[in-house]
Design a protein around this ligand. Structure first.
Ligand SMILES: NC(=O)C1=CN([C@@H]2O[C@H](COP(=O)(O)OP(=O)(O)OC[C@H]3O[C@@H](n4cnc5c(N)ncnc54)[C@H](O)[C@@H]3O)[C@@H](O)[C@H]2O)C=CC1
Ligand SMILES: O=C(O)CCC(=O)C(=O)O
Length: 530
């Protein structure tokens, strides 16, 4: 028996040693190579199944191009702006993050920077250590009873709110996705952006960088802030217009600004450096021992789960599938991929829509991975590098209308999966079940009942049901030197249209297809491969 190679993971950024420990404990090979240049990464990435990163490694389209074996990228942290997710999806690579492991730490950094601004701690420290003792220079402001404006009230923003309320601040938040119920639960006031800009004594940003949030603190919006406002950004560079912030600090409209993140990182130089009231840290938001242990453990567990069990947690481009669900769903996903592949091979690129129906026991399962598996089978007619990750994107790109239907009733089978495609001639459907809950079987093809395993090389034949046909078919295959494995037959009515699904031990070449087509009563011959 051939040995299955052990999956290999590359850790390409500085990461807590716990990550490598977990990979080894889970039976994976791991290399730790932080600080690689892009070319060095491209030169070695081809040998890895998994990549564990923080923010320094840039997983760009050309890095992905150099990684034919890569299956998963795991970000030990939250922001994935250093990963080209559309390119990863197109290549079938799962992208995961660890959305909670460093939230508390980052919220604490925002609070630390708020105190640093309120009491000018960095400048006071430099002055004092220079022997100046400038007690009168450093007059601060109290936080109690001040208004803190959160832009973004997700995981980190909510923790900042909680800590700020503990400091007896008033907290207002601008977040279009914050529900009034959640705001009430957090004890904060949901406001519009202009209201926040006008009212806040301190503003802290906690959104991802998107087309909607880029430059949310633009020159125009900075001008709407209260004179003397202090601004903190521990989220992403690019949320604030850095030139406009510099001007607002110089004019004294903004009393202080603390940035942990910059448009260009590493920020080795910036017009903001040296500006009075400006505080900078080098993207330290997540840099505590606790947070780094958390994210290292989480990312390693998630990557190891995926590579060893198929479990998918915190993925950004594929439906989640817990390590507990994965073994239960695996036979369904095999069945789904086979049915998708069957109908794709038979209908080619003419399909405009697909409906995926689950019935009986299958209806109680997470349907998203089943759908993705059907599409992975179906879309093989367009690309031979398709998998569950890129198939839904490919289907969308091709304008395929995908529908999911769930029937709680049980029909003839305790569990059934039906794939119906829309073609120029109408709807055509195939259905399958699991024997003994594990073995995928085709039970219906285009309205005809059959019972077949879809495996290896097969031939699909449509013929007129007439005596002697099976003998002639067997003879023709024998003359072509093709050995038959199994023979599965089905028909609408006696003497009507019949189908044969024949599994064979070797590839069916064009000459054999032609010989079968020449048999009396044969309407269609299509070699299949699973
Ligand atoms: N400095 C650092 O080291 C770290 C930075 N971060 C960054 O912090 C940011 C926030 O992280 P989380 O709170 O975990 O994310 P999250 O996804 O839990 O919260 C983001 C919030 O932003 C809101 N939002 C989205 N678009 C918005 C818009 N146009 N205007 C206002 N609000 C909007 C969302 O509704 C959501 O509530 C991310 O960009 C992340 O990358 C996270 C960890 C460490
Ligand atoms: O890994 C880091 O140090 C940065 C963390 C971060 O920015 C994030 O998790 O979004």
């Amino acid at each position: 028996m051939k040995d299955i190679p052990m999956p290999k993971v590359l850790i390409s950024d500085q990461m807590d040693p716990k990550a490598a420990e977990i990979f080894r404990e889970r039976g994976l090979e791991v290399d730790e190579r932080p600080g690689l240049s892009k070319d060095e990464l491209k030169a070695i990435i081809g040998g890895y199944d998994g990549l564990a990163i923080r923010s320094a490694t840039k997983v760009t389209a050309d890095v992905l191009e150099a990684a034919p074996n890569l299956k998963v990228v795991g970000r030990a942290g939250i922001g994935v702006d250093n990963v080209d997710i559309p390119a990863a999806s197109a290549k079938g690579v799962v992208v995961m993050n660890t959305p909670f492991g460093n939230s508390i730490t980052t919220a604490e950094h925002a609070i630390a920077l708020m105190f640093a601004l309120a009491r000018q701690l960095p400048e006071a420290d430099v002055s004092t250590q220079a022997g100046k003792w400038e007690k009168n220079r450093f007059m601060g402001v109290e936080l109690t009873a001040k208004t803190l404006g959160l832009i973004g009230a997700g995981n980190i923003g909510s923790i900042v709110a909680d800590r700020a309320l503990g400091l007896r601040m008033r907290v207002i938040a601008y977040d279009p996705f914050l529900t009034p119920e959640r705001a009430l639960q957090l004890g904060i006031e949901k406001v519009e952006l202009d209201d926040l800009l006008a009212r806040a004594d301190f503003i802290t940003l906690h959104t991802p960088l998107t087309d909607q949030t880029r430059g949310i603190l633009s020159a125009e919006n900075l001008a709407k802030t209260k004179k003397g406002v202090r601004i903190i950004n521990c989220a992403r560079g690019g949320l604030i217009d850095e030139a406009a912030l510099k001007a607002a600090l110089d004019s004294g409209h903004v009393a202080g600004a603390a940035l942990d993140v910059f448009v260009e990182e590493p920020a080795k130089q910036s017009a903001l450096f040296g500006t009075p009231g400006f505080v900078a840290t080098p993207h330290l938001g997540a840099s505590t021992t606790e947070a780094q242990v958390n994210v290292a453990i989480q990312v390693a567990e998630q990557i190891a789960d995926f590579l060893t069990t198929g479990g998918v947690t915190n993925a950004l481009n594929v439906p989640s599938l817990s390590a507990e669900e994965a073994p239960k769903l695996r036979p369904y996903m095999q069945l789904a991929e086979k049915l998708g592949s069957l109908v794709g091979q038979l209908e080619g690129q003419r399909m405009t829509g697909v409906a995926i129906e689950v019935e009986g026991a299958a209806a109680s399962l997470n349907q998203k991975p089943i759908t993705a598996a059907v599409l992975a089978g179906l879309m093989q007619v367009y690309s031979d590098t398709v998998n569950m990750v890129n198939a839904p994107f490919l289907a969308k790109e091709r304008g395929l209308d995908v529908r999911e239907v769930r029937h709680d009733r049980e029909g003839d089978y305790h569990t059934l999966l039906r794939v119906t495609v829309t073609t120029p001639e109408g709807q055509k459907s195939v259905a399958g079940t699991l024997f003994a809950n594990t073995a995928p079987r085709l039970v219906e093809i285009f309205g005809i009942k059959v019972e077949a395993e879809l495996d290896g090389e097969m031939i699909y034949i449509v013929n007129e049901d007439a005596p002697g046909f099976i003998g002639r078919l067997g003879t023709a295959l024998g003359e072509a030197g093709v050995n038959i494995g199994t023979f599965n037959l089905g028909r609408h009515t006696a003497g009507g249209e019949a189908v044969a699904l024949v599994s064979v031990d070797s590839h069916i070449d064009g000459a054999t297809v032609a010989a079968l087509k020449a048999l009396p009563g044969v309407k269609r011959v299509k070699p299949l491969r699973f």
